[in-house]
Ligand binder design. Sequence first.
Ligand code: AMP
Length: 114
Amino acid sequence: MSNCIFCKIIDKKIPARIIYEDEHALAFEDVNPQAPVHALVIPKKHIPTIMDIGEEDGSLISHLITVANKIAKNKGIAERGFRIVTNCNPESGQTVYHIHLHILGGRRMHWPPG
Ligand code: AMP
């Protein structure tokens, strides 16, 4: 999608600190980290919100989780613990309408989340 910032990162039209890429997914460091480890995993397919995920996206979504797990392992937070967050629509705080998994770790996470 031409006006989507994450599609522009996928197309390498704007820079990002990319830490993983394959045919279907991309992961990069969040530009405004909320924890010592804060990466984003996105599908290359433009899906605006998790409400737009269809039955046909099942294997893609499970792939994103697999990528997130690899990143957690590579970043050394898999055993300590980490959090995966996906915001959906305005009240959750979603600001980029291309689905993404936030991978947050490297510090104690609080509950309930803010
Ligand atoms: P959300 O608010 O859940 O939609 O998350 C969007 C995330 O994307 C935020 O944590 C932003 O800091 C991050 N973000 C926005 N633009 C960029 C960018 N160009 N490169 C890396 N992260 C970004």
